[in-house]
Design a protein around this ligand. Structure first.
Ligand code: PHE
Length: 340
């Protein structure tokens, strides 16, 4: 009997040791300790053992059972630890792996420029006035000292919607609305779309301007130059300066074209500035007293300056775009490259 029990014990332990998973381990357990298990069979056979031998045999059976159960518990622990290790291994995160790329949109280059301009002029105390894209002939031309038969109308080929209504050709139309609505001091910028029947590499039928208007006591051309110098330094770099050239606009007197020193070559002359060292960026001037008076402003007390910046032109210069169409064709291969 002792030998038989020893064999059962050895066999059980060997099987437990070679078990590869929980399932197999449970099979081994029931094959030995289950209802029909080998060791259970020995216990059931106790009635055939001589009564005086029963305590001894009972002790052997219990020893064998204890040993087998201990082994089973040990093996179970091992298998569980192994399973956990494998789970951790398979769920391991490689934090050095490159992240998945996901496409993020960005602002249109002209919107980027517009936001920069609004920030720059906003920091100098300018309010934003949003005009309308559809204007009347009066606000776009007549009130700006461009009556019906004025040759300056030819400078801006206009999309008329009716004899009275048109798509504004310049944000200057907003000047009149502001001066009608508000008493000086006035200090506004007005960014927005304008429209002209014009179409080549540097002109598009729709483009974007930003008007500036300051009306207060004692405003002169020097104030204009001072403000524009700050503006070009912030947008093109600290060493940039401006130069004013005489020009003509019916609603300013005197009128100027404003050039900025070439921010690419520093004024030595390059392809961008066509060898001149200067790049034209905007039109401006001292507000014509006739325009002020027609808006009910006392020109003995007040004077003003105005400027009109081509925002697409600034974007083209800043980001090295040589055809204005590239800005408005919505080709993401182009637009994606531009982010300030
Ligand atoms: N409105 C003018 C243009 O579109 C620019 C300008 C604005 C000139 C303000 C002088 C003052 O050409």
């Amino acid at each position: 009997m002792k030998e038989k029990l020893q064999k059962i014990r050895e066999k059980a332990i060997a099987e437990i040791e070679s078990s590869q998973g929980m399932e197999r381990l449970n099979e081994v357990r029931s094959a030995i300790l289950g209802k029909k298990g080998e060791l259970t069979a020995v216990l059931k056979g106790m009635k055939d053992v001589a009564p005086e031998d029963r305590p001894k045999v009972g002790q052997w059976v219990n020893e064998a059972r204890e040993a087998i159960e201990n082994r089973l518990a040990e093996k179970m622990k091992k298998l569980e630890a192994e399973a956990l290790r494998r789970k951790y291994e398979s769920e391991k995160i490689d934090v050095t792996m490159p992240a998945k790329l996901h496409a993020a949109g960005k602002l249109h280059p002209v919107t980027q420029v517009r936001n920069q301009l609004v920030d720059i002029f906003g920091s100098m105390g300018f309010d934003v006035y949003e005009g309308t894209e559809i204007e009347t002939d009066f606000y776009n031309f007549t009130a700006l000292n461009i009556p019906r038969d004025h040759p300056a109308r030819d400078m801006q080929d206009t999309f008329y919607l009716s004899p009275e209504f048109l798509l504004r050709t310049q944000t200057s139309a907003g000047q009149i609305h502001v001066m009608e609505e508000k008493k000086p001091p006035i200090k506004i910028i007005s960014p927005g779309k304008v429209f002209r029947s014009d179409d080549d590499a540097t002109h598009s039928p729709m483009f974007c301007q930003m008007e500036g208007l300051v009306v207060d006591k004692g405003i002169t051309l020097c104030d204009l130059k001072g403000i524009l110098d700050v503006f070009v330094q912030k947008i093109f770099g600290e060493n940039t300066t401006t130069r004013l050239r005489p020009s003509y606009f019916p609603f300013t007197e005197p009128s100027v074209e404003v050039d900025v020193s070439c921010f690419q070559c520093g004024g030595k002359g390059c392809k961008l500035c066509k060898g001149t060292g200067w790049i034209e960026v905007l039109g401006a001037g001292v507000v014509n007293t006739k325009v002020l008076r027609d808006c009910g402003i006392d020109t003995d007390v007040y004077s003003g300056f105005a400027f009109g910046i081509g925002m697409d032109r600034i974007a083209m210069l800043k980001y090295g775009i040589n055809n204005i169409k590239l800005l408005f064709e919505s080709d993401l291969r182009v637009l994606d490259q531009i982010d300030d």
